[in-house]
Design a protein around this ligand. Structure first.
Ligand SMILES: Nc1nc2c(c(=O)[nH]1)N[C@H]1C(S)=C(S)[C@@H](COP(=O)(O)OP(=O)(O)OC[C@H]3O[C@@H](n4cnc5c(=O)[nH]c(N)nc54)[C@H](O)[C@@H]3O)O[C@H]1N2
Ligand SMILES: Nc1nc2c(c(=O)[nH]1)N[C@H]1C(S)=C(S)[C@@H](COP(=O)(O)OP(=O)(O)OC[C@H]3O[C@@H](n4cnc5c(=O)[nH]c(N)nc54)[C@H](O)[C@@H]3O)O[C@H]1N2
Ligand SMILES: [Mo]
Length: 696
């Protein structure tokens, strides 16, 4: 037990989680024990406040289920039976197995990682160097934001946009495809300040989420119809001449072509597709066209459908039409990450490939890909998977296939983890990783403009090691002698911050001391154009898209699974299901933290009374939610917060902590988005029945 009178130290740290807010943390340490984690009151966007999840970070760190020793599988795949082994035994054996596979074809080895930590050191630095040197398959890390990022990139030239701190001065804020109170809490603070100062807040979302409840208006559109809505808004801006002709003339490309396309979308046409009254679209366009400054906070919720990339494109055209970028409190924010100058080449060392061009596996289709044999088109069968910073068995789509793939007896799987997740259950070796309190890192953000340092606050628990060290140790056993494998975490962190005007005078040593430092990016970065596109303009019309054989203008593409595109499927599975994040979880992280799981209760399905009644579903009943891909069980909540014809299933539960041992991804599919090859989690038709009947 910590001695309550021992002196305390305060360590500056950063929240590692995949969230736009990337908070600055102050960790209080007494006798080598982290006793509390607080938000830094001095850091503007954190302003001393943490979400319910990270304020419980010590509960997660000292959780009795933390993995503290390397484990080796002792039962059948997926059984979760393991025996404790020493690090040397584990690493020697893993290296031997990888060497044998690599001797045949290193592409049979696949890394699988995402953003369990967003730290640049503990994510893709030593790990990438290791896989590059090995010549392993590359991974396309598409599972979250690929479609939206690609769509935004065609119009603005990258993940660039407003400074979140400026939203408090906006007069109109459209919160589009985002439940900010759940997933972007620190933005909401600025939106609330704007609201108190008289701004109007509008939420554009298929269900009346917590954020919509607190906005002045809710535009409740059908999932996957955002591009049509954006075009109808453009139609109104054009026909009423609520345009900034000067800005359009100087700083945009392709207005005439966009205009022609937009005129095909009168509000009544979009209204029937979006399921929104035409009058509401007209009024929204009037607000947007006549209020200055007007800001859009668009998040990734709307790009998890077939047309997600083009939806982001269409929305990204709006600010330039009305000249909103002229004002720091106008424009749009999806992700700000391209404002940071990160030295990716130094971190990841793609030069270690030395001319080899290994194939790329898309992380969204890992289910199918694990079940493929060698072929000329695919390359070698996947023989080994090294998983870190991700829980694919829970988070990847069509999980029956993912689990089937992971269950292959001939697949060699290593999982670096904090906890025995659904994925770790399928490992041959589970390696205990350190948490953010135990390792060093450096962070950029995607929802604000500060670099942050993460100083280690405590010693690693048990035998846990940082990802960086685990890959270094493996590299040594593989005989990789490049000097970059000898670099320390602090050296790597220092390399991450590129020498670039955008980073100002930031260096890692100063950053470690101060905790956080702001980029040198202007408040209104595009007031006079200067977009990072090929033309330097906001590109309504994209030569790059045309050259790629796609529509040079934003396109309206309906979901793979909806009545218009798949009528036979819709007759059998008539309900559109979306599966947005639960407030107390961060993707599948924190599901095993008891206090947070208790707050969340159990897997819930919102269903409208008009859908529940004919199916004999009563409020609070267990229901079976199913389609051709599978079935899962959850608790029904009859609610007018969703619309008839649409159910909302909150994610992402651990399968083994859910009724029937599966989660919502049992129902989702592996089709890819129009741009960016991303997932279509919210493009999914299902049927729902009371759990005790077997009608299918
Ligand atoms: N508490 C919590 N915070 C999180 C996360 C979490 O799991 N929990 N996840 C983190 C991650 S990984 C990310 S990527 C970020 C962003 O997180 P996002 O996944 O974008 O999460 P939300 O902000 O909830 O946005 C999803 C919203 O989009 C809506 N939506 C679904 N389909 C459509 C559509 O077709 N059109 C429109 N307009 N809206 C649609 C959903 O109803 C939901 O309200 O948040 C991060 N923050
Ligand atoms: N149905 C449905 N599915 C979804 C989504 C949805 O909205 N609906 N959202 C999607 C989105 S936006 C995303 S981003 C993905 C997220 O998918 P993932 O990136 O897989 O995120 P998590 O589920 O949080 O899993 C991260 C894992 O990394 C581990 N971890 C954290 N830090 C470290 C570390 O330092 N070292 C090691 N070795 N491990 C660490 C955590 O313990 C955790 O188990 O899920 C996607 N899946
Ligand atoms: Mo995400």
């Amino acid at each position: 037990m910590p001695n309550a009178t021992a002196p305390e130290t305060i360590v500056r740290a950063a929240c590692p989680h995949d969230c736009p807010d990337t908070c600055a943390l102050l960790v209080t340490v007494r006798n080598g024990v982290a006793v509390s984690v607080r938000g830094d009151p001095e850091h503007p966007t954190t302003h001393g406040a943490l979400c319910t999840k990270v304020s419980r970070y010590t509960e997660r760190t000292y959780h009795p289920d933390r993995l503290l020793h390397p484990l080796k599988r002792s039962g059948p795949k997926g059984s979760g039976q393991f025996v404790q082994v020493g690090w040397d035994e584990a690493l020697d054996d893993i290296a031997a197995r990888l060497r044998t596979i690599a001797a045949r074809d290193p592409q049979a080895i696949v890394p699988y990682s995402y953003a369990g930590t967003m730290g640049l050191v503990q994510s893709e630095s030593v790990a990438s160097r290791f896989f590059h040197q090995l010549g392993a398959s590359r991974l396309d890390r598409t599972i979250c934001s690929a479609a939206g990022g690609a769509g935004l990139g065609t119009v603005l030239g990258g993940k660039v946009g407003m400074d979140v701190e400026q939203f408090e001065h906006s007069r109109l804020i459209l919160i589009w495809g985002s439940n900010s109170i759940t997933s972007n809490l620190h933005f909401w603070t600025y939106a609330q300040r704007a609201k108190r100062a008289g701004a109007k807040l509008v939420c554009i979302d298929p269900w009346r989420n917590d954020t919509a409840e607190k906005c002045h208006e809710h535009v409740q559109l059908r999932p996957g119809t955002d591009a049509a809505l954006a075009y109808a808004l453009m139609h109104e801006l054009i026909t009423h001449d609520w345009l900034d002709h000067d800005y359009i003339g100087r700083h945009t490309l392709g207005f005439d072509a966009l205009r022609e396309r937009a005129l095909q979308w009168p509000p009544q046409r979009a209204a029937s597709l979006c399921g929104v009254p035409a009058e509401q679209i007209r009024a929204l366009a009037r607000d947007y066209g006549t209020t200055k400054p007007a800001a859009i906070r668009v998040n990734y919720g709307l790009q998890r459908v077939r047309g997600g990339g083009n939806a982001a494109r269409a929305i990204a055209c709006l600010p330039a039409l009305v000249g909103a970028w002229r004002d720091a409190a106008g424009g749009l924010l999806m992700s700000a990450s391209s404002h940071f100058a990160v030295n990716g080449k130094a971190l990841e060392r793609p030069d270690l490939l030395a001319g080899r061009m290994p194939r790329t596996i898309n992380m969204v289709t890992i289910g199918d890909d694990l079940l493929r044999d060698s072929s000329a088109a695919f390359g070698p069968k996947i023989e080994a998977l090294i998983v870190y910073n991700s829980n694919p068995v829970a988070v990847a789509p069509e999980s029956a296939k993912v689990a089937q793939g992971f269950a292959r007896e001939d697949l060699f799987t290593v999982v670096l983890e904090h906890f025995q997740t659904d994925t770790a259950d399928y490992a041959d070796y589970v390696l205990p990783a350190t948490t953010q309190l135990e390792h060093l890192d450096v962070h950029k953000a995607y929802g604000h403009r500060y670099w942050l340092a993460n100083n280690p606050a405590i010693a690693p628990l048990g035998e846990a090691r940082p990802n960086s060290r685990i890959f270094r140790d493996l590299a040594a056993r593989m005989g990789f002698t490049a000097p970059c494998f000898a670099e320390t975490d602090a050296q790597i962190a220092a390399q991450a911050i590129a020498a670039d005007a955008r980073n100002g005078k930031i260096d890692f040593d100063t950053l470690r001391e101060k905790g956080w430092m702001k980029l040198a990016v202007p408040d209104a970065p595009f007031a006079a154009g200067g977009f990072p596109t090929a033309s330097g303009r906001c590109e309504f019309w994209s030569a790059g898209e045309q050259a790629a054989g796609r529509d040079p203008l934003p396109e309206v593409l309906l979901p793979y699974e909806c009545a218009e595109t798949a009528p036979e499927l819709a007759a059998r599975f008539p309900l559109a299901m979306i599966s947005p994040p639960a407030r107390n979880f961060l993707n599948s992280s924190f599901v095993n933290v008891t206090s947070l799981r208790q707050a969340e209760g159990e897997p819930l399905l919102l269903i409208h009374a008009d859908d529940a009644a004919p199916r004999g579903i009563v409020d609070g009943a267990m229901v079976r939610c199913f389609n051709e891909r599978g079935s899962y069980r959850c608790r029904s909540r009859i609610s007018d917060r969703t619309r008839a014809g649409q159910v909302v299933a909150f994610g992402i539960w651990w399968r083994k902590l859910s009724p029937a041992g599966v989660n919502v991804n049992q129902l989702t599919h592996q089709h890819l988005t129009d741009l960016g090859a991303g997932p279509c989690f919210y493009d999914c038709l299902v049927e729902v029945a009371p759990a005790d009947t077997d009608a299918a």
